[in-house]
Design a binder for this molecule. Structure first.
Ligand SMILES: C[S@@+](CC[C@H](N)C(=O)[O-])C[C@H]1O[C@@H](n2cnc3c(N)ncnc32)[C@H](O)[C@@H]1O
Length: 375
């Protein structure tokens, strides 16, 4: 069965995850920074069997390949993404690259892999848990799994933009016209993101026109929950966890070992709402409440609720955050509430002073090492 990504991408024959990699050296350095933070330095990849699920056109895969893998298997079901991927790898004619035009669910394989990468995919699926379980079964003992999470708090500002976008394009039929209106309205926001490697039109297609973002409710804690029976957390990007334990006193049982990550995440979750600031830890219960309101906002948008309901939820979120968060976030929320109340227009969106640079932490990366149960 097709998911939100595939039905949207296939309908319009797109793969809106193209990156500008003209400066390939810099691209390699950026990606290597990411892997290093995840505890997976290039030498870990050397001579390994690596599986990547949903690589799109393979812009990141081109970097991973430079780490001298033993084999590289790529599984990409979207026709446009698959063709782009084939094209991007066409000059690399080593016989250790295997590209499949399949969904993971239909990928028939009996072998297991040393390293599995799945980036920018699972949070957008409605069947997250079973997908992760399939991946786990493909991982060798001691193997490493790198995935992304993205949740209702980390995409809160993107969800607000999605709500605004829905109103701006509600009577527009043509996809190109929709993209034009949204790029015009939100470019001043996207320009504030210095590290961005995607085009504004791809970003708008993927996040504001496609509906996958409304499925983004995969928290770091839930990912740990699903993997904790036989995997250890290895690293994360952003790198937010600390552990002062003497290694001889660390729990060796995976469930116990992972607990400290889960506890810390709950205290830090509000720092995911606005990437511009790092907040002091706060009570977990406040963050659980915040997440409930952010989830309610997603449901309200899915159900096309009235403006009043949306505003009520936004006010609850603001009240929850007020005592514990930087003024910049609160001012951004004031502005959002004001623009929604008075009526959304491209002109107003373009000129939002505080909200224009307010983005959540969106996608986070987390890596896991599977235990070797034979030992
Ligand atoms: C948002 S894109 C991310 C692409 C790339 N990994 C990146 O981070 O730039 C999600 C990708 O997952 C692919 N995909 C969707 N459903 C899939 C499935 N069931 N199995 C494997 N890949 C899938 C999509 O076609 C798309 O290329």
């Amino acid at each position: 069965m097709m998911n939100e990504y595939l039905s949207f991408y296939e309908k319009y024959k797109i793969s809106p995850v193209v990156q500008n990699i003209d400066d390939f050296k810099q691209h390699v350095r950026r990606r290597t920074n990411l892997y290093r933070q995840l505890g997976v330095s290039p030498i870990t990849f050397k001579d390994k069997d690596v599986l990547e699920i949903g690589p799109g056109g393979g812009y990141n895969a081109l970097v991973t390949y430079t780490y001298e893998l033993k084999t590289y298997t790529l599984v990409e079901p979207n026709t446009t993404g698959y063709n782009e991927l084939k094209n991007n790898f066409k000059d690399i004619n080593n016989n250790n690259i295997f590209i499949f035009n399949d969904m993971l669910e239909d990928f028939k394989v009996t072998k297991q892999y040393d390293i599995i990468i799945c980036e920018g995919l699972i949070p957008g699926l409605s069947s997250k848990d079973s997908f992760i379980n399939v991946i786990k079964s493909l991982l060798k003992p001691n193997g490493i799994f790198i995935m992304t999470t993205s949740d209702q708090v980390s995409v809160f500002f993107e969800i607000v933009r999605k709500y605004m976008a829905n109103i701006l394009i509600e009577n527009i039929e043509e996809i190109d016209k929709k993209v034009e209106i949204l790029v015009d309205s939100f470019s001043s926001h996207l320009k504030t993101l210095k590290g961005m490697t995607r085009s504004h039109s791809d970003w708008c297609l993927d996040n504001l026109i496609g509906d996958a973002i409304l499925e983004h409710t995969l928290t770091i804690n839930h990912a740990i929950e699903l993997l904790k029976s036989d995997c250890y957390v290895l690293g994360s990007s952003p790198d937010l966890f600390t552990n002062y334990s003497w290694y001889k006193e660390l729990p060796t049982d995976t469930v116990e070992y992972n607990k400290i990550f889960q506890e810390q995440f709950l205290k830090k979750w509000h720092s995911f709402i606005d990437y511009r600031f790092i907040q002091k830890d706060r009570e977990s219960s406040k963050n659980t409440e915040l997440a409930e309101y952010c989830l309610a906002l997603i449901s309200a948008i899915k159900n096309s609720d009235k403006k009043k309901n949306i505003l009520d939820i936004l006010e609850k979120i603001q009240t929850n955050l007020k005592a514990d968060i930087e003024e910049g976030t609160i001012l951004s929320m004031d502005e959002i509430i004001e623009v929604i109340s008075s009526g959304i227009t491209p002109e107003k969106i373009k000129n939002m002073k505080f909200f224009s640079s307010a983005f959540g932490r969106g996608q986070s990366y987390i890596s896991f090492a599977k235990e070797n149960s034979a030992l």
